[in-house]
Ligand binder design. Structure first.
Ligand SMILES: Cc1cc2nc3c(=O)[nH]c(=O)nc-3n(C[C@H](O)[C@H](O)[C@H](O)COP(=O)(O)OP(=O)(O)OC[C@H]3O[C@@H](n4cnc5c(N)ncnc54)[C@H](O)[C@@H]3O)c2cc1C
Length: 379
């Protein structure tokens, strides 16, 4: 029996643990530094069909219907909801029980961990990783240790484990954007079934359904410079005067949605700027520890699941050498689209934004373009 050690119980670590758990050839242990898994009750996540397909392999299609939503369109607006630019039919990529899905993050995490309760060890923060021949030894800050044959590192964008197995320090970089998150009451929204995307100057926000109560998830991305000290100062993001300063910075025409926001949270967005391949045998990275994208293509979680599925298959088929190369190729495609989306969504010159809107109206109806820009990622 092969022992699988997984560091980090986020979306990617939990998903791959489910795949290994189904197979009696493997014994799985998952370690997380937190004392309980972060459920962030209200906040949402979008999952495109590429990840829903893989989630269905572990029973996602059986999740209660009222816990997940299947928006059919992305409605693009400039500024207010009276100014609709166009709509993109995302349901064209759906298959029978494999549909573009939005839901609460807590629903997804609860689903992923429900069969793993006895395998997850919380309060386990890794402090050393040693490898001797075929065995990998994990030493934790609580002085416990664990041996495994394969180590899967899924401890997120700030991955400490990545630095433990590499000689150089690898740090994500600040994306020059802040994320503003919250829940918005249904009564304020004209279309409660679809994804609404509002484009502003150096700012965009997205609203989509996540909750049976009807409340919707709002996530905004604001261009914002932070000094190196500010980036490291986490207390800043719960400081009332800083939060007020950020809210005051929201472009006037986008402000109407932000007065009724519940569970407001502001945090800096960090992204990867390079790939790191462990030279050690049988040590792999998935999820944000492998690569973290700008959030403007909503692909981080979906790619985490897709990458985890690829790694599982390559370990199963003993073809591990291709995993890194294949993942880098797909990651580059997604990263380029994420950066391009952010650039296009944030245009500040009104004339250029006017031409962008004309262009958007055309491309959302162009089948060839949609197949190439979205189909290559979603299928
Ligand atoms: C604003 C924003 C909006 C987004 N929206 C979407 C979206 O709509 N759709 C989408 O697909 N993606 C989205 N993403 C991206 C997505 O959230 C991430 O890509 C995804 O959650 C990454 O999952 P993960 O499992 O790799 O890492 P994480 O979810 O970060 O999990 C890492 C886990 O590792 C643990 N850990 C950390 N350090 C250690 C350690 N030293 N020892 C042990 N455990 C440790 C942590 O406690 C955590 O549980 C968004 C991202 C942002 C910033």
């Amino acid at each position: 029996m092969k022992k699988i050690g997984i560091i980090g119980a986020g979306i990617s670590g939990l998903y791959i643990a489910n795949l290994f758990k189904k197979n009696p050839k493997y014994q799985v242990s998952i370690f997380d530094k937190k004392n309980s898994l972060n459920l962030n009750e209200g906040y949402g996540v979008q999952l495109s069909t590429n990840s829903v397909k893989f989630l269905n392999e572990i029973g996602f299609n059986k999740l209660e219907k009222n816990e997940k939503f299947n928006p059919e369109k992305i409605n693009f607006y400039s500024k207010k909801d009276q100014d609709k630019i166009c709509e993109l039919d995302i349901s064209r990529f759906n298959l029978n029980d494999c549909k573009y899905t939005t839901l609460k993050r807590s629903t997804l995490i609860n689903f992923l961990k429900k069969d793993l309760e006895d395998l997850i060890k919380t309060n386990f923060s890794v402090s050393r990783i040693e490898q001797e021949q075929e065995k990998i030894k994990l030493i934790f800050e609580n002085k416990e240790f664990h041996e495994c044959d394969y180590l899967i590192i899924s401890d997120g964008v700030f991955s400490k484990s990545r630095n433990l197995v590499s000689n150089k320090k690898i740090q994500p970089k600040y994306n020059d954007t802040l994320a503003i998150r919250g829940m918005i009451p249904a009564k304020n929204i004209i279309d409660k079934k679809n994804i609404l995307l509002f484009l502003g100057s150096n700012f965009h926000h997205v609203i989509y359904p996540v909750s049976p109560s009807g409340d919707l998830n709002l996530i905004a991305i604001m261009k914002y410079k932070l000094s190196v000290e500010e980036q490291k100062n986490y207390s800043l993001f719960s400081d009332k005067s800083f939060i007020q300063k950020i809210l005051d910075n929201i472009p006037q025409e986008n402000k109407e949605f932000f007065s009724n926001l519940k569970e407001l949270k502001i945090f800096p967005v960090f992204v990867s700027d390079n790939f790191f391949e462990a030279k050690n045998k049988n040590i792999y990275f998935i999820g944000d520890a492998f690569f973290a994208f700008p959030p403007s293509f909503a692909q981080g979680a979906s790619q985490s699941i897709e990458g985890a599925h690829e790694l599982f298959s390559s370990i199963e088929n003993n073809s591990n050498t291709y995993f890194f190369k294949n993942r880098v190729n797909k990651t580059k495609m997604v990263n380029n689209r994420s950066k391009l989306n952010q650039f296009a969504f944030h245009l500040s010159n009104p004339l250029i934004a006017y031409f962008r809107n004309i262009f958007l109206k055309k491309i959302v109806r162009n089948k060839k373009f949609l197949e190439s820009y979205l189909g290559k990622i979603y299928r």
